[in-house]
Design a protein around this ligand. Structure first.
Ligand code: GDP
Length: 476
């Protein structure tokens, strides 16, 4: 009947075309089943192969995850074994250790999850109190939080990946692999190459039952570079430019507390607008960047590209014109000044286009805070609200903006950094995909030979240099 067809359609919508598993208790995480009401249906469907990999992963997580008998047995064995062979377990694990701000954490956690799926490891996250109650549990009938009593909250006295690489290079003998390994993948420009994308490294790593991974990067492109994984990931993500879009919508669901705020803010201020514009203004060094310069940059971008209209110089003739188009601007910034300035600019003014502009800024945190739950909650709500925009303007290099653009599948307008005397830069440019940029991709071939940035693109034709960072890559 029509009714059941309608039901099936709704069901598809709710589960984001099969991306989400069926069977969750809806009340415990309302956002999971309601997000489709706030976001346009994505034109990019998850591939059947991705869906089957996710269902398989959920099964492994349920079977091997916390609260299962296997979990307790495996973890005990890993803890008390001197090396990997005596620690051979049926389940293997990957613990994610966050670093840096929430945006960095979200994009690198998405990458870590993909790595877990590719290596049949159970993903556990080291979420401290600062992330308590931000997200719902992503995996059906289990938890992804590393249990409080786990000995692996502490990484001290655990062999490092760097040490393993040195050992391997020195003796080419890796007979004696540890049962637990700590990998810090937070590359910096001067660090030695981690060679994480290489077949040989993955060959070693797969023999180790527990890996603890610390990263702040979206290292997904590394997996597309790896001979073991590239076929799998290509099958999972035939459209490479929406990899984060799928991973992010699968993993990150606002908790009920966050959701209540998000939807009430949305319903009150944004729902009735004809167009929603997200404006993310991230100032990396506020001490040395004048507010006015940023304001000029933002206006020069938004006015030029007709994202916002110019204010009309004519005296407002009782602006009671009917059917005026309403645009709602959602400003996300640490500083209240940007929202205030923009609001003042449009307040009681007519615009040349006749549009009415309303400006909102949900939070003004002043500065970045660490280990602060309320602060993270606000950051998460800002990111999510931005992701519900129709048009998005973000700040170059900011992972905070990457999360919003990725969840929303939006190609943002990228505000270029204010660089002294670099007036030839445009104020902003439209990005070519919603993927996060991988800021520090591998700089070496697996032979150890340096890889010139240009060559990168000919070896991996689906990589493009990021618009906001010359050294970074993202997938198209
Ligand atoms: P990035 O530094 O811009 O790449 O983004 P991160 O999210 O990794 O780190 C910046 C952190 O500063 C965020 O996680 C927030 O804690 C805070 N922050 C920066 N911009 C905003 C904003 O617009 N709104 C809120 N609520 N917090 C912000």
């Amino acid at each position: 009947t029509n009714e059941s067809a309608q039901h099936a359609v709704n069901h598809d919508d709710k589960l984001l075309d099969g991306l989400l598993a069926f069977g969750f208790d809806e009340a415990s995480c309302k956002s999971r089943m309601q997000s489709h009401l706030y976001r346009k249906a994505s034109p990019n469907k998850p591939s059947p192969y991705l869906i089957s990999k996710l269902r398989d992963y959920e099964e492994i997580h349920r079977r091997c995850g916390p609260n299962s008998r296997t979990y307790n047995k495996s973890m005990k064995k890993i803890e008390h074994s001197k090396n990997n062979t005596s620690a051979a377990t049926t389940c293997k694990y990957l613990i994610f250790t966050p670093a840096n701000g929430l945006g960095n954490q979200i994009i690198s956690l998405a990458a870590t999850f993909l790595y877990a799926v590719l290596t049949d490891r159970v993903l556990l996250v080291k979420f401290g109190n600062d992330k308590h109650g931000l997200f719902c549990e992503p995996f059906l009938n289990s938890t992804w939080i590393l249990p409080e009593k786990s000995p692996f909250w502490n990484e001290k006295h655990i062999e490092t990946y760097q040490f393993l690489l040195e050992k391997d290079r020195a003796s080419n003998s890796t007979e004696n692999l540890p049962s637990v390994l700590f990998m810090n993948l937070q590359h910096s420009r001067n660090d030695p190459e981690k060679l994480f994308h290489c077949g040989h490294s993955q060959d070693l790593l797969q023999k180790i039952p527990l890996l603890i991974l610390q990263s702040d990067q979206y290292f997904v492109p590394s997996m597309f570079m790896n001979p073991f994984f590239s076929m799998e990931v290509t099958k999972m993500f035939p459209e490479k430019d929406v990899t984060f879009h799928h991973l992010g919508r699968y993993l990150f669901h606002p908790s009920n507390e966050a959701w209540e705020f998000i939807i009430s803010y949305y319903d009150t201020h944004l729902a009735k607008a004809d167009e929603r514009i997200g404006l993310q203004i991230r100032v990396f060094s506020p001490e040395s960047t004048p507010t006015q310069a940023i304001m000029n940059l933002v206006l020069s971008c938004t006015l030029k590209h007709k994202i916002l209209p110019e204010v009309s110089l004519q005296i407002s003739v009782s602006s009671a014109r009917k059917n005026q188009t309403k645009k709602a601007v959602l400003v996300a910034s640490l500083s209240p000044e940007y929202g205030d300035n923009l609001r003042t600019m449009y307040l009681n003014k007519t615009t040349v286009s006749g549009e009415v502009i309303q400006v909102y800024q949900p939070s003004q945190e002043g500065h970045q805070k660490f280990n602060d739950n309320k602060h993270n909650m606000k950051a998460w709500m800002d990111m999510y609200l931005l992701s519900l925009s129709d048009v998005l303007v973000t700040t170059s290099l900011s992972t905070f903006g990457y999360v919003a653009q990725g969840l929303g599948n939006l190609k943002p307008w990228l505000l270029y950094r204010i660089l002294s005397n670099e007036s030839h830069f445009p104020a902003c440019e439209r990005d070519f995909s919603s993927e996060p940029c991988y800021h520090v991709p591998p700089s070496h071939y697996c032979s150890g030979m340096a890889m010139p940035v240009k060559e990168f693109h000919s070896t991996f034709p689906y990589f493009r240099e990021c618009k906001d960072f010359y050294f970074g890559v993202k997938m198209v």
